[in-house]
Design a protein around this ligand. Structure first.
Ligand code: F6P
Length: 192
């Protein structure tokens, strides 16, 4: 591909309350990002065509809702499944699942939530997405923190074991340009 654009969904009501997983709607700040995104994308993409890929969850679709491009939903882009911990805050997990909380901190890449997924699981389910990406031109992916960490690590040639700790900020459009010598990165922070 010539370029790939990545964005987390705008801030969700669960981001505000510190809960993980779920299918929350955007917060007012998140909607402000959704409103600004078309201009930010237009400035970065220029006149070229674009296809927008989202997950199946409300917050990514709401974030992409104002973008005037063809959209495709992928279940494979849904956030890492937190299983029994879905909907909890990290503090609640530390209290109710103390052994899990420690195990995750010890090996965040391999740790799998009870009835849910690990980062390794996410990397594996992203394989078809990566293959499709390699075949396509100009894709914007609006997805979730854990998923973006894995996609970003892949294109930046960073070992996947490091992806669980990478910083992918909210309300920031990332442009990746894969080249023979490596991938060029530009990060455009929305002013909201
Ligand atoms: O808090 C937002 C979120 O996307 C959660 O839904 C998800 O479980 C978490 O981030 C992933 O980040 P980490 O792996 O650091 O807990």
């Amino acid at each position: 591909p010539r370029a790939i654009w990545l964005s987390r969904h705008g801030e969700s009501m669960y981001n505000v309350s510190g809960q993980i997983g779920g299918n929350a709607d955007l917060s007012p700040q998140g909607w402000a990002y959704a409103k600004k995104l078309p201009q930010i994308v237009a400035d970065s993409v220029g006149p070229g065509e674009l296809t927008v890929w989202t997950s199946t969850l409300n917050r990514t679709q709401q974030t992409a809702s104002n973008l005037p491009f063809k959209k495709l939903q992928w279940k494979a882009l849904d956030e890492l499944d937190a299983g029994a911990c879905d909907g909890l805050t990290y503090q609640q997990i530390a209290e109710d699942f103390p052994e899990d909380f420690k195990a995750r901190d010890d090996d965040k890449y391999e740790y799998r939530y009870p009835g849910g997924e690990s980062y390794r699981d996410v990397v594996i389910r992203l394989e078809p997405i990566i293959m499709e990406l390699e075949k396509n031109e100009n894709i914007l992916i609006v997805t979730h923190q854990a998923v973006l960490r894995c996609i970003y690590a892949y294109f930046m040639n960073i070992p996947q074991e490091q992806s669980p700790w990478m910083d992918i900020p909210l309300h920031t459009l990332i442009k990746l340009e894969p080249r023979a010598f490596g991938t060029m990165v530009e990060k455009i922070k929305a002013n909201i």
